[in-house]
Write a protein of this length. Structure first.
Length: 111
């Protein structure tokens, strides 16, 4: 069984995505939820909560099926948009950490 959560504000979009999934994949079970968050923030939150993948609603139906097959094979899949956001966040964190002194540089000799 494949469990997919379809999240969007618009019921018509959720219905269309469910139709694609049910048509192209065997054993899929779809649940629905609405969403009112910016996509990059929501995408990060669902991945942190344990989701195996995330796509933007502008993704083509073929990308949706490819993403689910990737996850079924044990991988993870994020939209190129979210991958770029995650990479930028990583680089910001890395840059911030590289400007902080190493703990050993803060040690003083009292002797």
């Amino acid at each position: 069984m494949i469990r997919v959560l379809v999240v969007d504000d618009y019921a018509i979009l959720r219905a269309g995505l469910k139709e694609i999934l049910l048509r192209d994949l065997d054993g899929v079970v779809c649940d629905e939820a609405a969403d009112a968050h910016p996509e990059d923030q929501y995408g990060k939150r669902v991945l942190q909560a344990g989701a195996s993948g995330y796509l933007k609603k502008e993704s083509a139906p073929e990308e949706l099926i490819r993403a689910i097959r990737t996850v079924l094979a044990g991988g993870r899949y994020v939209s190129p948009f979210l991958a770029e956001r995650l990479a930028l966040d990583y680089l910001k964190i890395r840059a911030a950490l590289s400007t902080k002194p190493c703990p050993s540089e803060n040690l003083r000799s009292f002797g």
